[in-house]
Design a protein around this ligand. Sequence first.
Ligand code: PLP
Length: 388
Amino acid sequence: MDKKVYVDNAATTPVLPEVAEEIERVMTGVWGNPSGLYSRGQEAKETLEDARRRIAVCLGCLPEELYFTSCGSESDNWAIKGTALAKSKKGKHIIVSSYEHHAVLHSVRALAKQGYDITYVKPRHDGIVYPEDVEKEIRADTVLICVMAANNEIGSINPIKEIASAAHAHGVVFFSDGVQAAGHIPVDLHDLGVDMFSFSGHKFNAPKGVGGLYIKKGAVVRNLIDGGAQERGKRAGTENVPYIVGMAKALEIAVARLDDNERVAKMRDRLAAGLSEIGYSRINGGMEHRLPGNLNMSFEFVEGESLLLLSDAAGICLSTGSACSSASLEPSHVLLSIGVPVEIAHGSLRFSLSHENTEEDVDYILEKMPGIVARLRDMSPLYDARRM
Ligand code: PLP
């Protein structure tokens, strides 16, 4: 049988069998509407609240600070648009890092069309957003700062606690997109001091289509989805109880597996060292504060899309950037943000390993990738020109 190696875990992860079992149990057995006042409804309500308590334990917050949503994108939109609307009397200035996920960048872009003023702060070459770079942009009319906890393309882990305290020193609300962080690195929301934090089940072995938003007690955020009184009147729509329970189970498993991060990081480092032996290659972003499974590399004189297709033919599933930008031929805004030249950004690949990956997977990638790069370079006029 042909070998398959899946190293695109930042795009999505498989649902674990234990998670699927839990979902099936709730889907078929606890199918009442949690808003129902009769016993079948109350049983669903209790199951829902139990999941909320379990997730709160994993993230270091109170259950009543968690609101369930349909995905990370919804949570990001809600945090940003909901805060901007709630604070519009105070001011209309928002600070955002320039390498956020499009769910964040396009949310602030939508606000810009309504008269909000947006300041984009660049990460430095190591891929980190520095608190002082953010703090110096704060103005009297700044109402919101958004900096992601971990970047989805280059895996950089930001000093969120320090950025939160810089924001608070000036009375500004701080939101962090935690979609790539939750379940992957330790997260203690009360210790971090953020006002809002988004997460998404499918990034840590729960199904797609379920996520959440942490809103610190006392933070004022307008509703994004109006309707019934679900989620304490803040997010209408009958809750997806089976998937929420699955997300709780998956997050518990993910948090219990954080001890295995060191092994994943070692595999990642071996992959980085091996691939760095390919000429004209470079690692994008610093290696120090980085998600354990993330490696982003550029191979000069080749296109990321061609690399992706030949890798796929060899059974290796990976990405040229974030899943959302993989359908476009635009160079990654993340790589451009950290100063990678356009032509080099075009030839980049993201490997995102998980606990399911093995040393054999790394061996296999190291065996296949040099040949794939060489084959494409042999067809590249730019590579030929360099040799002349
Ligand atoms: N934020 C980040 C950092 C992400 O990586 C993603 C997904 O790739 C999202 C938000 C969007 O999450 P979802 O796919 O659940 O909408």
